[in-house]
Design a protein around this ligand. Structure first.
Ligand SMILES: [Mg+2]
Length: 250
């Protein structure tokens, strides 16, 4: 976005809304792309709930996990990688770890458990603002149709994000095995034909870089939550934000 020169995240977020309003007044189409996991939603609560459930349901097979939950566990114990989380919880037995990994994956990548995610502070209000200003909001997520589309829609509706209505679009993967970065790269060609992309929000540095390169005119925001280990450096010009709260509300 050429005329974006604000020096703080909150102001940059506001500038996106102002630009959308400007374009809408001229009857021009604008698009804002939002990733879900780690961008609009904090997934740590989903994993915390799932681990707690596994510790109850399989208590005799998961003694170390059950023992961990005899104490209060702070959300900070949940890492991006499940194996790191389990190490922090002192779960080490290979059979126990294997069982937990299987049961966790079965739940984590399913419609039923997405309601345990929590929106990032300010996320719902901000997406709503961009939508009301006239942009098409695209939820672009590596979740897949078969296992997660219904839960994705449900949780967006549950928290009051615009979904299913005019000016919104949810794009998920056709196949779960599809590579995340390739998926986002391929889809961005399609999105480019729909209108002017004015803003992109991501929490994975690799995706952030890909989308910024694809949409150099858009304001690119990197949400500082959790991401894959070994990620590349962010390209210059990508703005870091901790969440979606307006300045002064944090
Ligand atoms: Mg993400």
């Amino acid at each position: 976005m050429k005329n974006l020169n604000a020096n703080d995240g909150g102001a940059a977020l506001r500038e996106v809304v102002a630009l959308v309003e400007e374009r809408t007044a001229l009857r021009r189409s604008t698009i804002a792309i939002f990733d879900l996991d780690g961008t609009l939603f904090d997934n740590r609560t989903r994993t915390m709930f799932i681990l707690r459930e596994i510790s109850e349901k399989f208590d005799s097979k998961c003694p170390a996990l059950s023992a961990a939950f005899t104490r209060f566990q702070d959300l900070a114990v949940i890492d991006y990688s499940l194996d790191v989380t389990l190490r922090r919880l002192r779960v080490k037995g290979p059979a126990e770890v294997r069982l937990i990994e299987q049961e966790w994956a079965r739940r984590f990548f399913s419609d039923e458990y997405q309601k345990y995610d929590m929106p990032l502070p300010g996320a719902k209000a901000y997406v709503d603002k961009v939508h009301r200003a006239g942009a098409t909001v695209i939820y672009l997520t590596g979740r897949d149709v078969g296992r997660m589309l219904v839960g994705t829609t449900e949780v967006l509706r549950l928290y009051g994000f615009p979904v299913g209505v005019a000016g919104t679009m949810t794009i998920v993967k056709k196949e779960s095995a599809q590579d995340d970065e390739l998926f986002k790269k391929e889809v961005s060609g399609y999105i480019d034909r729909l209108g002017e992309v004015v803003a992109v929000f991501e929490n994975e540095p690799a995706n952030s870089n890909i989308l910024q390169a694809r949409f150099p005119g858009a304001a690119s925001f990197f949400v500082e939550t959790q991401h894959r280990p070994g990620a590349p450096r962010l390209r210059p010009g990508i703005r870091r934000i901790p969440d979606f709260l307006p300045a002064g509300r944090r």
